[in-house]
Design a protein around this ligand. Sequence first.
Ligand SMILES: Nc1ncnc2c1ncn2[C@@H]1O[C@H](COP(=O)(O)OP(=O)(O)OP(=O)(O)O)[C@@H](O)[C@H]1O
Ligand SMILES: [Mg+2]
Length: 275
Amino acid sequence: MPHPLLEVDNLTIAFPHQTAVDGISFQINPGETLGLVGESGSGKSATSLAILRLLPPTANITGSIIFDGQPLLTLPEPAMRRHRGRSIAMIFQEPMTALNPVMPVGAQIAEALIAHNDGIHHPELSRRAIREKVLAAMHEVALPEPERRLHDYPHQFSGGQRQRILIAMAIINRPRLLIADEPTTALDVTVQAQILALLNDLRRTRGLSMLFISHDLAVVSQVADRVAVMQHGHIVEQAPTHQLFHSPQHPYTRKLLASAPTMQTDRTQPLATLA
Ligand SMILES: Nc1ncnc2c1ncn2[C@@H]1O[C@H](COP(=O)(O)OP(=O)(O)OP(=O)(O)O)[C@@H](O)[C@H]1O
Ligand SMILES: [Mg+2]
């Protein structure tokens, strides 16, 4: 057994008036994608923010989160800052709000590169080297005509292209773990499929591990090796994706399967997404 890249053990997140996450445990192995699925308010985003230690101080967090052998919850802030955006990167649901509307996208991708390089691991990068890395990242996420679009602003791109820009920013420092929180929810179905295909490509070419969060089990099934189902702060079921689909154990999982909006309902047929 390889040792897991991420080990979450008995994680509890309590806000002043409610417990958002109540003793969950899961692991992500190198190169593996874990899907975290559950209805709104079940604690998915709180979990991902706890991994990056981005929850507000009002959150009382207990349990342990171990990344590559290092306990994150007790790590001094400067060491945590070095993980954030570098070994662990994150992409969110709404690409427009995550981008700066008044800065050209090339500059924003460059900023993601520079902000997470402290000069120890990457000696001073020349302007030209930065430009080349930015163009390579834009190319890798299949943004058309990167040279020409470098100086364009976020509003000049489509929703799907903006999500590609955010993915470029997330991968430019070669993270080992990518946390994707509802990365395709704001996109229409065709564009969503393209972004999922891109994430699958990146996994394969980069051996990236991923925590993929969605309320949509059908979407999760297209990228996840295993799925953890969350309800009211608990993981009620955790299984390899095909097993979860073909023999769901928990009533809530069955309910999610039955109500998944983009899923075919004929269970006698194999699911297209699992081919
Ligand atoms: N900063 C906060 N302060 C207080 N309560 C919070 C905070 N963040 C989240 N919560 C609460 O914790 C619970 C879990 O929220 P979380 O954002 O993790 O849900 P989610 O599963 O990501 O939902 P969604 O699918 O809508 O994104 C919710 O009841 C929410 O109101
Ligand atoms: Mg959320």
